[in-house]
Write a protein that binds this ligand. Structure first.
Ligand code: FMN
Ligand code: SF4
Ligand code: SF4
Length: 253
């Protein structure tokens, strides 16, 4: 029997929902990517499911890919990247990171889902049921492709425009969390700390403190029940989002 795992990173549940759907068809185990995820992997079928960030990939995922220790000689590796509007060269970036370690993606696919980058945009579409239904169908197609061991060529060369856009993302990580503003409406409930995959938030005097190791995923903003966390001038007027089938309990790490 194939020993199959899916490493998943997700801030608002789109990627987690996709990972679970694909895993159910492959009989794979879903493992969340956090700072504490074990780096030892002995599986022979290895999936990676996560969102697109600034036409590239979340820093927490690139850090993971740079360190994961894979036991099998030539595992079947595949990546599934959820996105809102335009995925850019995110799959190329994964291939580029892996190829520096003499690993490679055998297969990869992007899935259009709901846009959640609220510092700049509205959550769109407003009614996500159609797009999420289509995403489910794509997940089923991906699972079939992986089951059949389909192989495609993904070049490691990242397009120039994606490189430029991605460099803007990297500046927002780490100490970029100094730009978060917590409003008076914060109740000190601690939910932001519980969903933070980087363990970057501590609660002191009933307020969140950001500890400058941020991956800029916005889970804290989206899951705060009183919408008290803002980033930039536009986020206050933008609605918060999470995938309708994913609950806070699924996200708490
Ligand atoms: C920091 C950040 C950057 C993003 N950049 C892009 C992008 O360049 N292109 C795009 O299509 N979607 C972008 N998105 C939208 C997400 O990729 C999309 O909403 C994804 O499905 C969220 O997955 P999740 O619910 O698993 O976190 C971005 C979201 C965030 C938080
Ligand atoms: S989730 Fe919101 S209300 Fe709760 S502690 Fe964090 S910022 Fe405050
Ligand atoms: S502080 Fe917020 S944006 Fe930064 S990693 Fe944690 S949850 Fe994500």
């Amino acid at each position: 029997m194939t020993n199959s795992v899916i490493y998943c990173f997700s801030a608002t549940g789109n990627s987690l929902s996709a990972a679970r759907r694909i895993a159910s068809r492959l009989d794979a185990k879903v493992i969340p990517i956090t700072k504490e995820t074990s780096l030892d992997c002995s599986a022979d079928q290895i999936g990676l499911v996560f969102p697109d960030y600034f036409m590239g990939i979340p820093k927490i995922v690139s850090d993971f890919l740079e360190k994961i220790s894979i036991q099998q000689k030539d595992p079947y590796m595949y990546a599934v990247i959820t996105y809102g509007d335009s995925p850019g060269g995110a799959l190329n970036l994964v291939q580029s990171i892996l190829s520096k370690r003499s690993l490679h993606l055998s297969y990869g696919k992007t899935i259009k889902m709901v846009e959640n980058y609220i510092p700049m945009y509205e959550v769109k579409p407003e009614n996500p049921s159609d797009i999420l239904h289509k995403a489910d169908i794509v997940c089923d197609e991906i699972a079939s492709s992986v089951l059949y061991g389909q192989r495609i060529t993904i070049k490691p060369a990242v397009p120039f425009i994606s490189k430029i856009v991605y460099s803007m993302y990297l500046k927002k990580t780490g100490e970029g969390d100094r730009n978060f503003v917590v409003e008076e409406s914060c109740t000190g409930c601690g939910i932001c700390a519980s969903v933070c995959p980087q363990k970057n938030i501590t609660i002191a005097d009933k307020k969140p403190v950001f500890n400058h190791d941020c991956t800029h995923c916005l889970a804290c903003m989206h899951w705060c029940p009183s919408e008290s966390i803002q980033y930039g001038k536009k986020s206050k007027i933008h609605k918060r989002y999470h995938h309708p089938e994913i609950t806070l309990k699924d996200m708490s790490l």
